[in-house]
Ligand binder design. Structure first.
Ligand SMILES: [Mg+2]
Length: 363
């Protein structure tokens, strides 16, 4: 079925909690960039990507000026062929980054369109493993006072979560250790607790932190340092003594291959909205499987629940706190620690376009 039209849009969605740090300043919203691909019979697939705060205009320009004309008239079923055409059309200005984000939005829309045309949920179209995916609650809580952090964890448990991730990377390691110790005491010895440093440390700082946190048994330490430092990750795995999750800022399959093959990651963590879409996310799952590694995910949980429901080596799905739920007709269902991949056709995400347009108009 030929592609007739590609529509791309850009929205700024307020975050539930403003993010601030010395590097980025204060970030109050994330940019949501959507891509709708329609075929000659009027069937539609929806994809999206996002940035935290800035850079989305470049993604929108790539979608509207470069990718939309490239796609019109192509066979929507030939997703790999389209993926290659997008990659080679944009590689001079890309090989990841804004190119990867724009391609991801299109690729997600194409997979949604394919599954909708088959009247099947995406997780079944991708191979179908188990619709019940272990899930954790991720918060934007580095700046929370301790009592608010503990209260948030109570709220997560009331909502059905049985695993929680907290941020680390406070100005002093002692503070981080005290906060994780308080969470461990609050949640109990066996409760799965992850910690995420969002790249704040040097390699040596990360090794020191991993050793200090080890007695508190986190499931993993996430993004201890910048994603580009593969040998640094290998040192952190070997010398820090904790399982390491990383990958939300890796933008190509080849970057994942380099980190995985070097032994620099325990839980590869792709984000389908920036690694090249469903196509590359599933290749990362298979790459991890070949290395006998569990795969986790970053962001976009309503979409990603389908992808991990199709991956036998999946570990936990991240349920993120970005706040897109209020624009989705039926947000992710979480029951007793599991996210349930829906049986609706496609990825099943029905965005509230009117609400998003109102949000745009209000700016
Ligand atoms: Mg993270």
């Amino acid at each position: 079925m030929k592609i007739r039209e590609v529509q791309a849009d850009h929205y700024v969605v307020p975050l539930p909690v403003a993010l601030s740090d010395s590097t980025h300043g204060t970030i109050r919203g994330f940019e949501l960039i959507t891509a709708r691909v329609r075929d000659a019979e009027g069937a539609e697939g929806v994809g999206y990507t996002y940035t935290v705060g800035a850079g989305g205009a470049a993604v929108l320009a790539l979608l509207t000026r470069d990718l939309a004309p490239l796609l019109v008239g192509r066979d929507a079923e030939c997703i790999e062929e389209i993926w290659q055409a997008m990659w080679w059309a944009l590689h001079y200005g890309g090989r990841g980054g804004a190119q990867g984000l724009a391609m991801s939005a299109i690729d997600i829309a194409l997979w949604d369109l394919r599954a909708r045309r088959q009247r099947a949920p995406l997780w079944r179209v991708l191979g179908g493993f188990d619709p019940r995916v272990p899930c954790y609650a991720g918060g934007i809580d580095l700046d929370f006072p301790l009592d608010a952090l503990l209260r948030q964890s109570d709220d997560h448990r009331r909502r059905g979560f049985r695993a929680i991730k907290m941020k680390v990377g406070r100005p002093s390691l002692r503070e981080d250790v005290e906060r994780v110790r308080a969470m461990r005491a609050h949640l109990g010895a066996d409760f799965p607790l992850m910690v995420d440093a969002n790249m704040r440390w040097t390699v040596d700082e990360a090794i020191r932190a991993a050793r200090a946190l080890a007695e508190l048994s986190p499931v993993w330490l996430e993004e201890p340092t910048i994603p580009d430092d593969v040998p640094g990750h290998v040192r952190i795995v070997r010398e820090g003594g904790l399982p390491i999750a990383a990958g939300e800022n890796l933008h190509t399959l080849h970057e994942f291959r380099a980190l995985v093959a070097a032994g620099g990651v325990t839980f590869p963590e792709p984000d389908a909205t920036n690694c090249g879409g469903v196509t590359v996310f599933m290749k990362v799952c298979h790459l991890a499987e070949a290395f006998n590694l569990p795969v986790t995910s970053h962001g976009a949980h309503d979409l990603t629940v389908h992808l991990l429901a199709a991956a036998p080596n999946r570990s936990y799905l991240e349920a993120h706190g970005f706040g897109l739920d209020r624009f989705i007709a039926e947000p992710l269902r979480v029951e007793a620690g599991f996210a349930i991949a829906p049986e609706r056709p496609g990825h099943g995400i029905e965005l509230d376009w009117k609400g998003l347009d109102l949000l745009r108009a209000a700016r």
